[in-house]
Design a protein around this ligand. Structure first.
Ligand code: CA
Length: 224
């Protein structure tokens, strides 16, 4: 498995040129020419890095970045059309790792890609915590009041998503989409079932109030 890069760019000529150059360097490339397709692909979690144009049809780059950052820390390099300070500042505020101004030299893009991938490899993903519960996304470990907790993959992914969005009420639909995937075809009460599993293993086992129900809306994790 090589390094996969997603290019979200509506200037198809530019996207194809970048694809050609990056493929030549050994990267595996996929392209999206509009915002919605781009976000869907980006959220699939199968890319190591994303090149993101800002002005896009459907959904602009800033919105894609904002939504993507709720569930992913994949490195994102913004492709800014103009030398706009506002774009750069709000882009970096929204969680972009870097930006490059069009038109750019392919050597500069390659250098920035290498830097972002290196940084990501060195950082890893930081542990998440709430109410005495700690989750390490890299090692895939969970502790409650310092004691290790055994979770299944699905329970882990569900808890991880809730912790990443600490303080934000998440609907069942969003959890199904983000944790089970777009193509999940099954009972919608799967979310409630897995929340019960998690509560049994954490809230009840350790006397912690971690996962709260917001009636008629969904679930939220808050620091108590
Ligand atoms: Ca564009």
């Amino acid at each position: 498995m090589g390094t996969s890069i997603l290019i979200i760019e509506d200037e198809e000529k530019l996207a194809r040129f970048v694809e050609l150059e990056l493929s030549y360097e050994g990267y595996h490339i996929e392209k999206a020419f509009d915002g919605r397709t781009g976000l869907m692909k980006a959220e699939s979690g199968k890319f190591d890095l994303i090149l993101l144009d800002i002005m896009l049809p459907g959904l602009n780059g800033m919105e894609i970045l904002r939504r993507l950052r709720r569930s992913s820390s994949v490195p994102v390099i913004l492709l800014t059309a103009k030398d706009s300070i506002t774009d750069k500042v709000s882009g970096l505020d929204s969680g972009a790792d870097d930006y490059i101004t069009k038109p750019f030299a392919i050597e500069e893009l390659l250098a920035r890609i290498r830097t972002s991938l290196r940084k990501k490899a060195a950082d890893g993903e930081k542990p998440l915590s709430a109410s005495g519960v700690q989750l390490d996304p890299e090692r895939r470990t969970v502790t409650a009041n310092g004691t290790p907790v055994e979770l299944t993959k699905r329970e882990f992914d569900l808890l991880c998503y809730l912790l990443r969005n600490k303080g934000v009420v998440i609907t069942r639909e969003e959890l199904l989409e983000k944790v089970w995937g777009f193509d999940y075809e099954g009972e919608t009460n799967a979310v409630d079932v897995y929340i019960r599993f998690l509560r049994g293993k954490i809230d009840e086992a350790f006397g912690i109030k971690l996962i709260q129900t917001v009636r008629g809306v969904g679930y939220v994790v808050r620091d108590e």
